[in-house]
Ligand binder design. Structure first.
Ligand SMILES: C[S@@+](CC[C@H](N)C(=O)[O-])C[C@H]1O[C@@H](n2cnc3c(N)ncnc32)[C@H](O)[C@@H]1O
Length: 236
């Protein structure tokens, strides 16, 4: 299936999120319908088969202010966590959110493709970040993640995805505006989100699952989906 081929500079995306770092967290509950199920499913899949005999090593790509990282830390308090993000201003909020767990965290400011740490990791997770990469870069990233996972390791991506057809993609956008208005998002919230979303390059979930299979992942599945929000991944 063909998806739009635009490219995005990681520096531009990092700078964009630097601008919104202070207001980012306050808007989450209004702008992500079914937030608990979305992030909760990602945590459930990520922690399902982690080793228990030693602290598991987890990498969060596009960790931002540490929302998903903190949920993983809550589920596995012994985890050694690496947060990677292109925006230093977003990462600056992570220590407060992680609290005591920050002692087990390593933060890396850098691009997902060029600054990916070697690992190996037991889980690689990401939320709402990979859709900033163009489709070729997404596929290269999925291959690089596979290479950095231990055998049996898991990759989970909690993402904004494109509709499989232009008509459904339009519906996704309409439903997002309606759902978020019901959650209390104001026209100003929508306007601020629209600036961030102007850099989005989402791809359909089925296409991305195929890319994961092509990268070598097994048991690839979409574990949660509600319109534009999907949690998908697989195991090495
Ligand atoms: C919408 S925020 C999501 C943050 C966090 N994962 C969450 O769920 O709240 C997207 C984050 O991805 C980061 N990001 C986008 N493209 C990136 C790239 N190529 N390399 C590293 N980080 C990137 C942005 O800087 C931003 O902090």
């Amino acid at each position: 299936m063909a998806t739009e081929q635009r490219t995005q500079s990681p520096h531009a995306v990092g700078a964009l999120f630097d601008r919104f770092a202070t207001s980012y967290d306050a808007g989450r509950r209004k702008l992500i319908p079914n937030l608990e199920a979305f992030y909760g499913t990602a945590v459930e899949v990520a922690t399902l088969e982690l080793p228990t005999a030693r602290p598991p090593r987890v990498l969060d790509i596009g960790a931002g202010t540490g929302l998903l990282t903190a949920l993983i830390a809550g589920a596995r308090p012994d985890a050694e966590l690496t947060l990677l993000d292109a925006s230093p201003a977003m990462l600056e909020h992570a220590p407060d959110r992680l609290g005591d767990a920050w002692a087990r965290c390593t933060a890396i400011v850098g691009d997902a493709l060029t600054a990916l740490p070697d690992g190996p990791f037991d889980a690689v997770v990401s939320a709402l970040a990979v859709h900033h990469l163009d489709d070729n870069a997404k596929q290269r990233l999925y291959g690089a993640i596979f290479d950095r996972l231990n055998p049996g390791g898991v990759f989970v991506n909690a993402e904004q995805v494109a509709g499989p057809t232009p008509e459904l993609d339009r519906r996704y956008g309409e439903r997002w505006l309606e759902h978020t208005a019901e959650l209390g998002a104001t026209p100003e919230d929508h306007a601020e989100a629209a600036v961030r979303m102007s850099m989005d390059l989402p791809a359909p979930v089925e296409v991305q699952c195929e890319w994961l299979r092509a990268a070598g992942f097994r048991n690839v599945d979409c574990f949660f989906k509600s319109w534009r929000f999907a949690v998908f991944g697989g195991w090495r």
